[in-house]
Design a protein. Structure first.
Length: 109
């Protein structure tokens, strides 16, 4: 009994190399989009906090409760320790967390 050679399927999905390469390109594209959206969201929230702080006006007119909040915000910001040059996920999480905490101050204002 002789074996007949199998016919090769010429569709793009027939090759796992082609399939994986295509999926990796799509993942890379998605990563860029997710990253762009994520940064845009955090930057927008950070801009809101900055605008609120800038809109407080003259320090003499700022209520003492907000001055305490400003001191707490300063302590929070100065305590942030990241290594931006390493591009680590945990540093992004720290920034995201701090921005979230800063927004909580605004919610009380």
């Amino acid at each position: 009994m002789t074996h007949k050679p199998r016919k090769r399927n010429k569709s793009p999905d027939a090759s796992p190399v082609i399939s994986v390469a295509r999926e990796l390109r799509m993942l890379r594209r998605d990563l860029k989009e997710v990253g762009r959206q994520y940064l845009q969201r955090i930057e927008g929230e950070l801009a809101e906090v900055l605008n609120a702080v800038n809109n407080l006006g003259e320090i003499e007119n700022v209520p003492s409760s907000k001055i305490r909040d400003l001191r707490d915000m300063t302590i929070l910001l100065r305590g942030l320790q990241i290594k931006a040059e390493k591009g680590r996920r945990k540093d992004l999480k720290k920034i995201d967390s701090i921005v979230g905490e800063l927004r909580l101050f605004l919610d009380r204002w």
